[in-house]
Design a protein around this ligand. Structure first.
Ligand code: MN
Length: 268
């Protein structure tokens, strides 16, 4: 049975009836990283330095050294990233079982709200409305919060004001519902973090980090192309680099989806 299933998947990838959507931003020195208050350590932007380029430093080859934070660009948050997850088993990226990197995704479209309000919240009511249309979120799903925020760039992406960043995210009640009642595997966003820009003002502060990682679940952020995914039916592949005792990692996030002309039927 499973051999036939893999054969069918391989055929569908070859003939294009299953498409691969790239949910990853290009790593670039200009891509914004989260900015913390100045008393804290800061996340490094991506940097790339040429080692040789078919020249005297290496006549037949070209390569680069790169510098990066675990939390730069499109990246994965492991449980050990947050103090609530510090004692979770398999809490670092090198310890997570590889099967956890492949799984179904549910996409909640919050783009209308986020267009009206930079601080738009994903609430339990919004989850209930999504479930009324698409069914209960299955256990062990990735839940992705679509906001179209990835279409912003530069200063508008971090959207810093005098009182800090303003960007959408989940309320404490919404993330508790997803983790404790739906048993999700992880939560992904298009913004620079899994929490809202003003997430420090919730109780607990940064509820997505607090609750997800305290329960051994994962985060994905700086995703893009969520508008190309159906609400249900996509399979996500998100495998972080195997960094010893790493708390997160840049990665290439891919989604397998039914060919877009099929999406209407596939999600009806
Ligand atoms: Mn992170």
């Amino acid at each position: 049975m499973s051999a036939q299933l893999l054969e069918a998947l391989a055929a569908a990838l070859n003939d294009g009836s299953v498409e691969t959507v790239d949910l990853t931003h290009t790593l670039d020195p200009d891509f914004p990283v989260i900015v913390l208050p100045p008393e804290f350590g800061q996340c490094a932007r991506f940097r790339m330095e040429e080692v040789s380029a078919y020249d005297h430093r290496g006549p037949s080859w070209k390569w680069h050294n790169i510098t990066i934070s675990e939390h730069t660009g499109t990246h994965f948050d492991a449980p050990a990233h947050w103090i609530t997850g510090r004692d979770q088993p398999q809490g670092h990226v090198d310890e997570i079982a590889p099967g956890r990197f492949l799984g179904r995704a549910c996409v909640i479209d919050c783009s209308e709200g986020a267009a009206r309000d930079d601080d738009h919240e994903l609430t339990p009511e919004a989850i209930a409305a999504w479930e009324a249309a698409h069914g209960t979120i299955p256990p062990d799903s990735w839940v992705l919060m679509r906001t179209d925020w990835s279409k912003r760039s530069g200063a508008a992406y971090l959207n810093m004001r005098e009182d800090g960043a303003h960007s959408p995210g989940p309320t404490p009640e919404a993330i508790r519902l997803l983790v404790e009642e739906r048993g999700i595997r992880g939560f992904g966003t298009e913004t620079v973090g899994t929490d809202a820009g003003q997430g420090m003002h919730y109780t607990p502060p940064f509820p997505a980090h607090h609750t997800l990682h305290g329960a051994g679940r994962y985060g994905l952020q700086c995703l893009r192309n969520l508008d190309r995914l159906p609400p249900t039916g996509a399979v996500l592949m998100a495998a972080p680099l195997k960094i010893r005792h790493g708390t997160g990692s840049p990665l290439r996030v891919l989604a397998l989806v039914p060919r877009s002309t099929d999406n209407g039927e596939a999600t009806a």
